[in-house]
Design a protein around this ligand. Structure first.
Ligand code: PLP
Length: 433
């Protein structure tokens, strides 16, 4: 059994195995996870018993907790919207519960066609096609067109779906410092000085889900053009929640039509699973459809997510969507202001993701446990999900978290942190992260 010190001081990254049998090389990690579970320091196995701005969860040890839920990415609060529920029920009655085919083999029908064209219309782009999840969309968007000799240059904090797709597709993946255009330019200049003709794809996101920040697209788009690089943007978190019309950071910066490839997800702001890809070039789109993997070889979206996504899109682009974004914006401003009042520092720019800086993982782990026991269900992120020493609480807001609830949540977090500091015995700075 690992010692208390190693439970707190060790990170998952240390257990990433490179050799040995499948079973033996994972034994130490398994023991470490068990020990964390036993001490209430493993937050990644909570099971929801009820869901919403307040929720009930069952921890791995079997104990149930009730509390304010700041873990959901339902940024517009649509997951339980009666219109979406009614659309899902009507879809079941008309089309059944499942479409047991992949998209190219008749998994798409008239409802998919309608959603694709409504999405393209919403984005003001020539076309869009659907994928089973946001992950599948991002993977398809990259792996469908990028080949081994191509160069991929990606923001270092790009989501795993983009990273895995890039490394699976290209032998020449470079990363640039998060949101650092100067660094990106130096990488692009080096790449172009070595090969003027190679295909180059720059990958970034509309809203980064760990830091809650966005690129400056007004400078990024021309920068990519100068180096004849195509720009791919994953808008999973900002589409629906950001921008005057809910079209995300690309709308805010006025570049929605200029980006070469957009990948998105319905799972944050559209109340259902599913994703999409929108390109500008017909050949690029055909490559994604033919070689994208998850598009071709995974079962297509069924009647319920299709109907729910269409209904959600109707809400997002209409008056109710605008009202929800406006309410969400007030909650975000309130939360950031109240966090500062309590001496908490937050990452990024105003967005539904309010990431509170903690620093050392042991502090985050103890505070997370204390918070849960005191009525706050909140995700903390630690290395290797975020960089060493940059553990944080990622608090996700919805329009349905009222101000009183948010104040309570922050008060719990502050007290949970204070207790955690005492538990660490003043050793916070030196605690391994
Ligand atoms: C940038 C990004 N792309 C894709 C995904 C995956 O989306 P989905 O959960 O719809 O598969 C996520 C998930 O959080 C994400 O953050």
């Amino acid at each position: 059994m690992p010692s208390a010190r190693s439970i707190l001081g060790t990170s998952l990254g240390r257990f990433y195995p490179r050799s040995g049998s499948l079973e033996s090389r994972n034994a130490a990690m398994t023991a470490w996870v068990h020990a964390r579970v036993e001490q209430g320091l493993w937050p990644y196995a909570l099971r929801a018993e009820s869901y919403g701005p307040r929720a009930r969860v069952k921890a791995a040890g079997g104990v149930s907790y009730a509390g304010i839920n700041l873990t959901s990415v339902d940024y517009l609060g649509l997951a339980r919207h009666p219109r979406l529920a009614a659309a899902g029920i009507a879809a079941i009655e008309s089309h059944g519960v499942h479409t047991p085919s992949s998209a190219p083999l008749m998994g798409n029908g008239s409802v998919s066609t309608a959603l694709e064209s409504e999405l393209a219309d919403f984005l003001g782009r020539p076309s869009a096609f659907l994928c089973p999840t946001g992950w599948a969309a991002a993977f398809t968007a990259v792996a469908g067109v990028v080949r081994k000799k191509d160069v991929v240059v990606m923001d270092e904090l790009s989501h795993q779906c983009l990273q895995q797709a890039a490394y699976a597709s290209s032998d020449h993946v470079h990363s640039f410092r998060h949101l650092d255009d100067e660094h990106l330019e130096s990488v692009l200049a080096t790449v172009r000085s070595q090969d003027a003709d190679v295909a180059v794809v720059v990958i970034t996101e509309g809203l980064f889900s760990m830091d809650g920040d966005s690129p400056d697209f007004a400078s990024l788009v021309p920068l990519c053009r100068r180096y004849d690089a195509r720009l791919l943007v994953d808008v999973a978190h900002d589409l629906g929640s950001v921008g005057p019309g809910g079209r995300g950071a690309l709308e805010t910066h006025g570049v929605l039509q200029d980006v070469d490839i957009v990948a998105g997800s319905f799972s944050k702001c559209f109340g259902t699973n599913g994703g999409f890809v929108s390109t500008k070039d017909e050949g690029v789109e055909w490559a994604q459809l033919c070689f994208g993997g998850p598009f071709t070889y995974s079962t297509a979206l069924g009647p319920v997510p299709l109907a729910v996504a269409r209904e959600a899109l109707d809400i997002v682009r209409g008056a109710e969507g605008a009202e929800r974004r406006e309410r969400l914006g007030r909650r975000i401003a309130f939360m950031r202001r109240e966090a500062a009042v309590r001496g908490l520092e937050v990452y990024g720019q105003p967005s539904p993701i309010v990431s509170v800086k903690i620093g050392a993982s042991p502090l985050a782990r103890l505070a997370g446990r204390n918070a849960l026991e005191r009525g706050l269900i909140a995700t903390y992120l630690e290395f290797p999900v975020v960089k060493q020493g940059q553990a944080r609480f990622r608090l996700s807001l919805t329009p349905d978290h009222d101000e009183e609830t948010l104040e309570q949540a922050l008060d719990i977090l502050v007290s949970a942190l204070a207790t955690a500091e005492t538990e660490l015995g003043g050793d916070v700075a030196s605690a391994a992260s």
